[in-house]
Write a protein of this length. Sequence first.
Length: 170
Amino acid sequence: MLISGAGVAGPALAYWLQRYGFRPTVVERTPAERMGVGGHSVDLFGPAVDGRITLVGDAGYSPGPAVGGGTSVAMVGAYVLAGELHAAGGDHIRAFRGYEDRMHEFVRLARTIGLATMKSLIPATASQVWLMPRLIRLVTRLPVPLQRRLSALQGDPARALAAITVENYE
Ligand SMILES: Cc1cc2nc3c(=O)[nH]c(=O)nc-3n(C[C@H](O)[C@H](O)[C@H](O)COP(=O)(O)OP(=O)(O)OC[C@H]3O[C@@H](n4cnc5c(N)ncnc54)[C@H](O)[C@@H]3O)c2cc1C
């Protein structure tokens, strides 16, 4: 199995695949580890499966034009794809069908995240430009349980990310 891309989804998929006994190979285009640089938001807006090839993470289902949840969606996608390949005994046709079925509703909801995040995170006034980075820095220093409670107040994005219950494939 060849995994193209060692961003978020690629290594996560490789981890789960090797745990289920597969031997994946990961190739990466960039020569060095990316430090502190986000991914590129690409979305093909079509089926994420073509023959023996399927897409994971942003390449298959970027949550949208603004930041928010892309890494979570990529990690869930990697976990579900590896799990479906395991459950199907390596039969990729059956596994890809299960992967799309299980991801469909989660991806649909995840696409609401970008728009909701744009409304709340992109500052509209000079005072918001000043305040927003300070608030974000403050939130990351709070205890994790409190961060979770604050994140739940975000409404739609938080609900979208909590909308998938993943199977235990082991
Ligand atoms: C500025 C910015 C800020 C973001 N902030 C957040 C955030 O706060 N929270 C959040 O959850 N998400 C955020 N995201 C989104 C998040 O970065 C992505 O959703 C996530 O990286 C998707 O992971 P991925 O593995 O699908 O893609 P990527 O992380 O983009 O990895 C894809 C990898 O494939 C490699 N590649 C591409 N073409 C080839 C090729 N032909 N051969 C081999 N390798 C190839 C690339 O070099 C890259 O390393 C942000 C994105 C951006 C751009």
